[in-house]
Design a binder for this molecule. Sequence first.
Ligand code: G1P
Ligand code: ZN
Length: 545
Amino acid sequence: MVTIQTTPFSDQKPGTSGLRKKTRVFMQPHYVENFVQAVFNTVREDLPEGFADQTLVVGGDGRFHNRVATQTILRMAAANGFGRVLVGRDCMLSTPAASAVIRRRGALGGLVLSASHNPGGIDADFGIKYNVRNGGPAPESITQRIYEHSLKIKEYVTLDQPDFDLKGEGTFRIDNSEVVIIDPLADYTAVFEELFDFESLRALFARGFRMQFDAMNAITGPYAHHILEELLGAAAGTVINGTPLEDFGGLHPDPNLAHAPELVAHMNAPDAPDLGAACDGDGDRNLILGRNFFVTPGDSLALIAEHAQTCIPGYRAGLAGVARSMPTSTAVDRVAQAMKVPCYETPTGWKFFGNLMDAGLCTICGEESFGTGSNHVREKDGLWAVLCWLSIMAATSKPVSEVVREHWQRFGRSYYQRHDYEGLELATATEIIEALRSKLTTLADASIAGSRIARADDFSYTDSTDGSVSAHQGIRILLEDGSRIVCRLSGTGTEGATLRLYVERYLKDGGEGAIEAVLAPLVQAAREVVDLRARLGRDEPTIIT
Ligand code: G1P
Ligand code: ZN
């Protein structure tokens, strides 16, 4: 064991989803080590008896620097006295699988190496996220302490020993620690077998149901090959881009209409399969497509909540409640109302759902950013959403588009879009939010896009389970006709700033309106309120999802 002297980095403050930076930042000498030691120092404060009886889970999405960082963490975990470290074979674990392993193995927590849907490579992005005992991302109270530790760190401990061979299975013993290589698929698959009716899904594929799953050259390839093709009998070739690559083959592994063109083209072709789906870099996001049909994440969440009890054995007892992040469309609220279960509105980011689930208040939750999940783990789960949709298909024997249209008929439709303005100067973006905030009181009496403003505020969330308050979580302008405009800054970027503008218009019109036309007045009004043209010199966004 060796103790290495170090000096603090000033920028190790975790954001919406862990510490995320350019890969080269993480490649600086001591950078990973400082952060990991700051995590261990924080966690140890709550564990007077130390780490000897504790298990740590380590794995990542296979991107560039994943393997190097894993070796660093394994050496440091052993040197810091962890009794057991479970590491995914070849350093691999998808984000939801890491959550499943932490929960099933009773681990203290885990370090997940990923920058999610951000591109990978030496000139792209990398990240480290600490997850706690419930399998979910560390809450702000912990990430803040990690940051404070990172600012005063003087030394870290590690082992003077060569890399572990992580290609096979096996156990390494170092003094009182053991490093165990685990099958990254096993715990996750076991959770799915408990939740879903594999028999009926196998029968669906046996009836000739066809799907295409795009793993975007990222971590879900092996999971999808195993679960969809090997266990459920989907045809060989169902999974495309199924081998995890360090740079994701140059793709931007974010499953949306803009970044999954191959899948979208396939689903719009004359011989399209019944279902199209894709997951992001670390496997927690999902995109769901029917033939020539895009299911928005807000609708997907609402539909999964609507059908879970009748179509999926794991939810047969009903839902305790549902939750969505504030900017996410309100479609799920109406399902919750019809089902007479509570619907919680939380700030952006998955960590807020975990407390509700731990308290038994929420079963299914989701975000507009292509994330849906449930209390089976404490992360969003891309393949889980895919299996939910397969279950809906198996139970209804109807095309995706028809299932969604029936939902619109019954509940009405939330026409919804997110407009992102990327690559802004941080100062400009901050000024935009501040200017908007200072307008809030005058907005309260105004009318925009043909409707009076019912309420304009800066979203603040009080967690009902622990009383913690998260303020400044986004500006929202709620109109009397049920429309909404939301504006906030991204907390996951690694360069400059991204402004997100979310627009939603609710209509009970059967859902057949053209989305651009329906949203146009609201988009126009949003751009004017935010004063985009004056402040940015442009009002067209970088990307619409
Ligand atoms: C984005 C999404 C948010 C999601 C997060 C992590 O965060 O908007 O819903 O939880 O990525 O996947 P943002 O960049 O907006 O802070
Ligand atoms: Zn992700």
